[in-house]
Design a protein around this ligand. Structure first.
Ligand code: FES
Length: 408
């Protein structure tokens, strides 16, 4: 059935993936973090009992995959309890972690609780660059955690976010992954949202860098085959067709933020004129099927030209709503990555701007509580440029809590 023939609401499939961002506290300060730039507005994380309620509601709706992410999910001391409940309910439970906070005792307990899968992130193959990019001293610790993942018989799944500052080390990154016995490696080029967008001029790689990285990845793929499966995710700034973001708005993924707000993607809270609901006030089922926010971009009624009459619209559903808003100010516009978009020049201009040597002198913004608060204050004083100001919820206010790092 074609998009336009689908009656709204009746044909909404249940979510397959529940993404639980259980905390925004994080010991790392990554320059490409996809957490909202105004994440320091958050306080009052969902309690264990509230997460258990979310898990039950999600499973009842049919969600089968659970992603536990953050921030750093290991900072929640009730993570084992959450995992145990999820496993009992029948979820396949994935932990997405920097590894900070993982000890032998915790991995043993998580295994007993039923954790199925761990994805460990690295920032680079060298201690210096890994520690610079996360603004921490964590490289050696991550290596220890990789050893624990092997010891406790989990598949070794590594993730490294690529950008201009580390993409030339791809051969070393893959050698490191091979030496660690990785079975899956995700080399995901930075997608330019949130903190990545603030740092876009410093992080966007050149086309030559990308081509070289892809070539090296192919070489490893040819040599290692299924022994180490490699996924190389291109930045869409070098494409002429947009991605089908989140596999369609409100189609497969439901994201619950640390304070209970429910979103169709990690960053949709920045979109104007949509009130997203919290699990504290509404059921997950109502939010998915009935809430205006989740129905906003389902089907194609919302589309404008050139998407509306485009013969390819079923392939990408007009691309990413958040990217359309960030780059054009209009969330209903075609994603500018598409070369049929009247705003496609924003993409080519960004590529040119990012190659200026002067970018190397500009300071990079690390994801910290302080900077998150400062950015909200700048927005309130009208000191933020328009593109950056679109990364924040209209009326987000900094939380007064002092430090958000540590165990709850
Ligand atoms: Fe929000 Fe693409 S990131 S729709």
């Amino acid at each position: 059935m074609k998009l336009s023939e689908k009656p709204k609401e009746k044909n909404i499939a249940p979510p397959l993936w529940l993404l639980a961002e259980v905390t925004y506290r994080c010991p790392l300060n990554c320059v490409f973090c996809y957490n909202p730039v105004d994440y320091a507005k958050q306080h009052n994380e969902l309690t264990t009992a509230e997460w258990v309620k979310v898990l039950r509601e999600g499973r009842k709706m049919g969600a089968a995959q659970l992603g536990l992410s953050g921030g750093e999910p290991l900072l929640r001391k009730d993570l084992e309890e959450i995992v145990e409940e999820a496993r009992k309910l029948g979820y396949y439970v994935n932990l997405l972690t920097s590894g900070i906070g993982m000890t032998e005792e915790r991995i043993k307990n998580l295994k007993t609780a039923g954790l199925d899968h761990i994805q460990l992130s690295f920032q680079d193959s060298t201690k210096e660059m890994n520690d610079f990019l996360s603004s921490t001293k964590t490289f050696d610790l991550k290596k220890k955690v990789a050893g624990l993942i092997k010891k406790y018989d989990y598949p070794m799944v590594l993730n490294c976010v690529l950008h201009r500052l580390n993409i030339d080390h791809i051969e070393q990154i893959l050698n490191m992954a091979e030496a660690m016995g990785a079975e899956f490696v995700e080399l995901a080029n930075t997608q330019f949202y949130s903190w990545g967008m603030l740092n876009r001029d410093q992080l966007l790689p050149s086309e030559e860098q990308l081509k070289r990285a892809e070539k090296i990845t192919h070489k490893f793929r040819d040599r290692l085959g299924n022994k180490m499966k490699l996924f190389f995710i291109m930045p869409d700034y070098y494409s002429t067709r947009p991605k089908k973001c989140m596999n369609g708005w409100g189609n497969v993924f439901i994201t619950v933020q640390a304070d209970g707000m429910v979103l169709p993607c990690h960053v949709a809270s920045m979109l104007p004129d949509i009130n997203f609901e919290s699990v504290r006030n509404k059921s997950l089922d109502w939010i998915w099927y009935k809430s205006p926010g989740f129905n906003k971009f389902r089907g194609d009624d919302w589309m404008k030209e050139p998407c509306k009459s485009c013969p390819e619209k079923e392939n990408d559903l007009g691309g990413c709503r958040c990217q359309a808003f960030m780059l054009t100010g209009d969330p209903n516009a075609a994603d500018p990555v598409c070369d049929k978009s009247p705003h496609h020049s924003k993409i080519s201009e960004a590529v040119i701007a990012s190659q200026k040597p002067s970018n190397y002198e500009r300071p990079i913004v690390f994801r910290t509580d302080n900077d998150s608060r400062k950015i909200m204050q700048k927005r309130d004083k009208g000191q933020l440029d328009i593109r950056s100001s679109r990364l924040l919820e209209r009326d987000s206010k900094p939380s007064k809590e002092k430090s958000r790092v540590g165990l709850v």
